[in-house]
Design a protein around this ligand. Structure first.
Ligand code: NZQ
Ligand code: ZN
Length: 388
């Protein structure tokens, strides 16, 4: 295993009724709270009313930023920054999915910059270090991104058609409230996309060096099996509390640093997806269901033993009489079949992306050194062409 430092200060309140801990968490958060949320799902399912009641009881002065869109954009970040700077906000409370939490993290950081005007280039392109952010807490409503327990935020610059991430330890939420019942009202497609995203995070970490015996890979395999098992149950019975609980914790465990310990990580498939959603505003998990299996097919010959291990231990392939290469291909084929079975898109045309767009999309993909192999734009073209 690689040497690592593990640090994660996020306090998690998990379980039905976990919201009862909010009041005590608010005691040392200052007076002025910015409550952030999305397009209105929290108003329909009662979370807004519950949270507003607790804020009122705690005697807080509450400001709101609503309408945070999926794949949140730079102008929404600036809208929040203006409120925070004008009202001298003490604490941000984000109630929603990854988009709401990510936008809130960006607002928290950018609000503390001396001059926030060029935050996109300084933070998201040039990755300038920042040394503070407004503290924030989250109330998670969709298991998917892991943003509830990590340092990252992903923002779209719609004008430039770029979707990039920014990471800072000051963006760790102070606390996150995870009530599985809050996910009951998720539309079926979001449940599917969120679960694909969880699996995809695990792929990015698991399919990376080192491959020899290590605890992170063993935990990752258990998580992948757990996601598939509990997604199947939740699709059959959306009110199955145990399945919802497992999926919620899978989401957090996939990207809170635990299974990253000692691993290189890859993230190239995510960079490909971010370019897809930066152009076509598709849900992140939908884009991943299309491009991640294609990416794995393209690179699996670099580590056939690892892909064979995945095929057998996670996808239940029978190894008898097969080479590692054959097993590797079978495991990825079964993954794509699984995505199809649960109702995720597996081709670009299914989400309205024409073959003719591939060239311009490839130009916007952030090329990074990946783990088993490093690709160039010609490789990326081939991968996306295999997704038509
Ligand atoms: O906006 P509202 O009305 O709340 O509706 C949302 C939204 O339309 C709805 N929803 C969420 N919880 C619900 C619900 N509807 C009913 N009941 C509920 N309980 O679901 C829709 C999607 O929400 P969104 O927050 O966009 O989904 P997700 O959590 O998948 O977040 C996706 C964003 O996170 C980024 C993605 O790129 C994308 O921008 N990511 C963030 C990461 C991170 N911070 O670590 C890592 C990921 O790889 C990812 O890139
Ligand atoms: Zn993701």
């Amino acid at each position: 295993m690689k040497a690592f430092t593990y640090y994660n200060p996020v306090k998690i309140y998990f379980g039905v009724g976990a919201i009862e801990n909010l009041k005590q968490e608010l005691t040392d958060c200052g007076e002025k709270i910015l409550l952030t949320y999305g397009g209105g799902s929290i108003k329909k399912n009662g979370i807004y009313e519950q949270v507003s009641g607790i804020l009122k009881e705690a005697g807080k002065t509450v400001f709101e930023l609503s309408g945070i869109m999926a794949n949140p954009r730079t102008d929404k970040v600036m809208e929040g920054v203006e409120i925070c700077r004008r009202e001298k906000i003490d604490f941000i409370l984000a109630a929603g999915g990854g988009s709401v939490i990510d936008c809130s993290k960006a607002i928290a950081t950018v609000s503390c910059m001396e001059d926030p005007a060029d935050f996109w280039n300084r933070l998201f392109v040039n990755k300038e270090k920042t040394d503070q952010a407004i503290p924030l807490g989250t109330i998670l409503t969709i298991p998917a991104t892991g943003s509830e327990m990590n340092t990252d935020c992903v923002i779209t610059n719609w004008e430039e058609q770029l979707k990039y991430s920014y990471s800072s330890i000051h963006q760790y939420p102070r606390f996150s409230i995870l009530d599985p019942e809050y996910t009951y009202t998720m539309p079926k497609n979001q449940l599917i996309y969120g679960s694909v995203d969880i699996l995809s995070h695990i792929f990015e970490i698991y399919f990376s060096k080192p491959d020899e015996n290590n605890v992170s890979d063993d935990v990752a395999e258990a998580l992948m099996r757990n996601v598939m098992e509990n997604l199947d149950t939740a699709l059959q019975d959306p009110l199955d509390e145990n399945a919802r609980s497992n999926l919620m914790w899978d989401s957090t465990m996939a990207l809170n640093g635990i299974i990253q310990a000692g691993k290189e990580e890859d993230w190239m498939a995510h960079k490909i997806e971010h370019a897809l959603s930066a152009f076509y505003d598709i849900p992140h998990g939908a884009g991943l269901a299309i491009c991640h299996p294609a990416y794995l097919s393209y690179i699996c010959h670099k580590a056939p033993g690892k892909f064979a291990r995945y095929a057998v231990r996670v996808m239940g392939c029978d190894p008898k009489g097969k080479t590692n290469e054959e097993l590797a291909e079978e495991g990825i084929r079964k993954t794509r079949e699984y995505f199809k079975k649960i109702g995720a898109p597996v081709t670009l045309s299914q989400v309205g992306i024409p073959a003719g767009a591939i060239e311009k999309i490839v130009e916007k993909i952030l090329l990074i050194p990946a783990s088993y192999t490093t690709l160039d734009r010609e490789d990326l073209k081939k991968i996306l062409n295999s997704c038509i």
